[in-house]
Design a protein around this ligand. Sequence first.
Ligand SMILES: *Cc1c(COP(=O)(O)O)cnc(C)c1O
Length: 420
Amino acid sequence: MNKLPFTKTQIEQIIKTHPTPFIIYDEKAIRENAKHVNKAFSWVPGFKNYFAVKANPNPFLLKILKEEGMGTDCSSLPELILSEKIGTVGEDIMFTSNDTPTEEFVKAKELGAVINLDDISHIDFLEKSAGIPDLICFRYNPGSARAREHAGFIGNPEDAKYGLTHEQLFEAYKIAKEKGVKRFGLHTMVISNELNPAYFVDTAKMLFELVVDIKKEVDVDIEFVNLGGGIGIPHKPEDKPVDLEYLSSQMKEVYDEIVVKNGLDGLKIVMECGRMITGPYGYLVSTVRHIKNTYKDYVGLDACMANNMRPALYGAYHHIVVLGKENDELTHKYDVTGSLCENNDKFAIDRILPEIVRSDIFVIRQSGAHGYAMGFNYNGKLKSAELLLREDGSVVQIRRAETVDDYFATLDFDKLKGFL
Ligand SMILES: *Cc1c(COP(=O)(O)O)cnc(C)c1O
């Protein structure tokens, strides 16, 4: 696992102007990671990672990633607008939505985004709402048997609401071609937060074979395959990150074997990873508010599941560092909680830590993706600030914390007078 990019003294300094809780991102590490991804896949024709905006919708980070050559993967109107705000438009946007409303197709088409359709019926819907674009991509759902046969995927794609069936996919390309579509893409995403590179190679292989079949059966030339996101990140200290060089070289083997051999060389490969791009480089910093000893021992933080709900939602393990106590003996067992009136508002259960006292500073790791982004206001809990540790060591606030006024912004208290 990567080293913390700050010391306790630095964080204490930051807290003087930015009270906890906050998430702080490491710009240098994010840039280096983005460069690493691009380098690992440099043999790939047209390689691009479309950063999944849902993983981290902060425009400052999006702008950094744009500078590192990434596009955006959007699936809602606000995400499309965010992309537009940082100047990422046209085919640098992948619009991978589902259950899509008219206005989102209209906006995506207006921006010239690559529209990735989730259903065969959306061809008609898109035609009536926004018109047929020159380039269309379809999201493929292999179904459970095919997924198992191709990749031994765990999970059950047939329970997933996404994508077209195998049969529908061929039909969809035929219809799209008849309607005047000139360029075509193929997308799938069947795995999430996965650390085994074999699954991604298998996904690529499945799509490469499909590209060959689509050419044979409906004479459509696929310009790119989009492998989706889903590359996992190490959460436990003993976890290893996905070896991208290995993944890339394995993928090249199947590319040569299937794509090149069938004369389809030049097929582009793109991805839409979010988690592995920013996840390890965002740190939720929180101060111990109370220690409570009842039937169990509790550490109560000033952060709660509004700041990172993955432990509560998925039982996800997030590593915790107690600043200044990194080398202390692990002598105590605690539940690390937030203040929400929900007993699952816990960052860790039965975690072995050094002895904790009030005002200790906790760093909850792997909070850089699907952390702030999933935040919510249940129980009147407000979302935290986001800070950026710049490459020169300075710190800037890239989103302020919510205030009580923000929380009440959608209410009109004046109307209470005279009501009832
Ligand atoms: C969530 C999602 C992603 C990003 O997943 P990560 O785990 O953040 O890499 C990419 N594409 C689609 C369609 C998604 O739903």
